[in-house]
Structure formats: C-alpha cells, structure tokens
Design a protein around this ligand. Sequence first.
Ligand code: FAD
Ligand code: MLT
Ligand code: ZN
Length: 462
Amino acid sequence: MTFEAALRSAVGPEHVLIDPDLRSSYETDWTGRFSGESRAVVRPATTAEVARVLQECSGARVPVVVQGGNTGLVGGSVPPAEQGANPPVVLVTTRLAELSDVCVAARQVTAGAGVTLAVLAACARAAGLDFGVDLAARDSATVGGMVATNAGGIRVLRHGSMREQVAGVEAVLADGRILSRLAGLAKDSTGYDIGHLLAGSEGTLAVLTRLRLRLVPAERRRAVAFIAVAGTAEAVDLLAALQTQLPSLCAAELCFAAGVALVARHLGLRPPLEGTGQAYVLVEAAGQSDPLDELLAALQACPQVLDATVATSAPDRAQLWALREGHTETISALGVPVKLDVSVPMARLAELVDQLPGAVADAAPAALLVIFGHLAEANLHVNVLRAGDDSETVTAAVLSLVASLGGSISSEHGVGRAKTRWLGLSRSRAEIDVMRSVKTAFDPLGLLNPGVLLPAQRQAGA
Ligand code: FAD
Ligand code: MLT
Ligand code: ZN
C-alpha cells in the first residue's frame, strides 16, 4: 500500500486532500505571511484515527504539521516556506469536535481538540457556567490550538491563560501511542504534569486530541468603560487603582488614538472621545449583580480618567469592544503585517511604548507602527505594516528592545516559525537544552512540527 493509500484507509478517502486546490487554504496562515506546501492534508475524526495517521507518518518518516482553526499568528500551523525533499502532512483537528456533558459539581467538561472556543463557551453557558478564556478569534480557534499555544486573550486577569484551564489531557505521541489523563482529578501529586507541559508546546511534542477543561461561574451582569488617559504611564496607574477599587474588574485592555482611528474608519464607527488623550483603556466589570455603580464610582475616584464612555447593554458593549478587538482585522486589511506579541514587567511598559516608534523607524523608515494590547498583563501587540524587505530587521530591533527591558518575545501567541531565531533572547542556553531534551523524549525522530518553537540548530546567543 502506498503512503497516501494508508492515510485514506486510516481516515476515509474524502478526508485525505491531495489536490493542490483543496490543500491550499490549509497551507497559508491567517495573516497571509506564512505558507508552504504539504504532501497531503489529513482530517481524522477520532483519537484512534489520529493515532493511525501518526503511525503511518512515523513509519514513513514523514513530518507532521498540526493544525486546529489556523488562527495562530506566528506561522506554527502551516508548512515551512522552504521545502526539503520530504514535505509534511498537515493533520487538521477540526473534526475532533465531540463535547461531553458538563459536570457542574466539578465545573469541568471534556472537549475534543477541534471544538471551537465559541462552541465550548456556549456549552458552558447552557449549563449555567462559563469558560475563563476569551479572544476575538473565538468562532474559529480550537481548544486544542489554544492549549497548544497557551493562549491568553481578554480575561487573563480574572481567570489566567489557557494552561490554567487544563484539568486533564488526551494526546497522541508521534509514534501513535496515546496518553490519556482525563479524569479531571482536583488533586493529583504523582509526578510530572504532562498536560501542563503540553500547554504551550505548539504541536512539537504530541497531538492533543481531547481536553478536560475547567469552567468558571457565570457572571451575567456586565458594564464596559472606554476611558481616555494621557498616555501609557497613566494607563498603568489607572490599572493599579482599579485593581484595588473595582473588585468586579474582569478585563483591562490598552489601545492608542492612532490605532482606534484606523479601526473606527475600517468598521464605519464613530471613534469615541476623539481628541482627548493619547491612550485608551477599555475596562470591563462583571458580576452576579450589576457592577455599574461600582465602576462609575471607581472611575470618578481616579484622576487619570480624562473622559470616559460607559456601556451596559450587550450591543453597546459590543461596539466598544469592537474598537479594541477590531485592531487585528483592520491591520490585516491594510496589508500583511509583521506581528509581534511581547510582554515586559509592568513598570517598563511606558518605556517600551515610548521607545518603540524610534526603534521601528530606525529599522524600517517607511513602516507604519500600530500597537495595542492587554494592559493587565503588560502584553503589547506590536504590528508593523510596510516593513518591506526589513521585516527581519524590524523583528530583531523590537525583540531586542523588549529583552533589554526584561520582557518576553512571546506573551501569548507562541514562538511558531516567526520567532525561533530569537528564542535565545527570552530563554537561557540551559533552558533551551532542557526543552530540546524534552522534545527528544516525546518525539525522538523529530517529526512533529519541525522548525516550530525550537531553533533548527543552536545559534549564537541561543
Ligand atoms: P492553530 O492556528 O491551528 O495552531 C496554533 C499552534 O498550535 C500551531 O503550532 C499548531 O501546530 C498547534 N496546534 C493546533 N492544534 C493542536 C493540537 N490539537 N495539538 C497539538 N498542537 C496543536 N491569541 C491569544 O492568545 N490571545 C488573543 O487575544 C488572540 N486574539 C486573536 C484574534 C484574532 C482575530 C486572531 C486571528 C487570532 C488571535 N489569537 C489570539 C491567536 C490565535 O487565535 C490563538 O493562538 C489560538 O490559540 C490558535 O488556535 P487555533 O485552533 O487556530 O490553532
Ligand atoms: C488580540 O489581542 O487582539 C490578539 O492577540 C490578536 C492580535 O495580536 O492581532
Ligand atoms: Zn492578544
């Protein structure tokens, strides 16, 4: 039997895509910046099918690129541009879409890796609970991809990142062996936590097939404020005040006048508070009872607030959120950006924002810089349009600046293919050595997502 025939026998002929036209949407990432050819796209529907696909790939020494919703922003879910003689199979998890009943007492649910965030959240809400992580790609991003990237999003300040939601995992190793710890035990001290290790492993260690996920209490009453402040330092001071004065605080996001103007134009919205301050903080308060009075009182007590607009109804709240969440789509409509996702110690955030324009202009004089991010984690999304041939120079300049401020070159999107060269700016040689040893233990033949996360070979400074 040929390799392709073996794949067809594993998942059914209609789920092995060989025709280049059928493969193409799986071979380019969401940003349009990363793409490469595959040998085949394979779409298994069960853990057993995933195991069979991986056995075939491992037997034939064919590399495997793992893909969920393909909303990742660092190129980890698509084949590399440089093709060797052995192009990879793209293993797509979206058919792993089973959802168990919610266990309300344990506040947990088991989801197939291909379940989207929106479907998971709807399931949790139907059971009177909620899911703790939320992000704008909710309709396509899968829980497998979100665990694999340790996704963050807009509620980290309340519930943590994706790793914190993982109560158990089922995953398939490169050779087809299945690891299964889905009991969701609240207490378990039997050694290394493999589930938490797989969170953030970006498809380099195993294919996640099912996740046991924690759910959180539903908070149905919400209020959102879009607040003008003088600049980043004032935004940080405002956050400090709200952290103590507003117990119902569940999101604190940062954007800037120039970016909001672009988003408003793209979405056809009127930018609120125009001409007041250089920065905006979007704050959401949530609780079992209406948090509006608490929010208004806190805003009144904070001298950093130059002006604010507040929304309580769902459509009005969505409109304010659109000014923040619309940045990604707006930027992509303007061109293919260099997208960098960084964090620094909170005390250095204002310095980073001040120094970025100079660093980017020195590296690529014609570039357009658009920044925004998650204020509560000092997580800035640095988008550079029109970098042209200077993409790598811009990346080096921004990531070196971040490292000099004691920050991380990837706050929540992962390292992917985009930033492997710079991993040594955030991880020591000893850490990278340990990560390589872990990779070898899970995947001795190096077949899962080669070229993602870990640099292909050790480089100076790595
Ligand atoms: P993919 O893009 O398919 O894959 C991402 C990585 O995970 C790849 O390395 C892939 O190989 C690996 N992977 C996927 N599935 C599996 C699996 N089952 N087993 C093992 N490895 C796997 N991210 C944030 O953190 N916060 C945000 O606020 C945020 N907002 C976004 C907004 C928009 C509009 C967009 C387009 C993206 C945003 N993202 C955000 C990025 C993206 O949505 C997340 O990285 C998400 O976790 C990716 O999920 P996915 O299913 O699309 O994964
Ligand atoms: C966001 O917070 O909106 C995202 O992480 C997406 C992006 O960086 O564009
Ligand atoms: Zn983000």
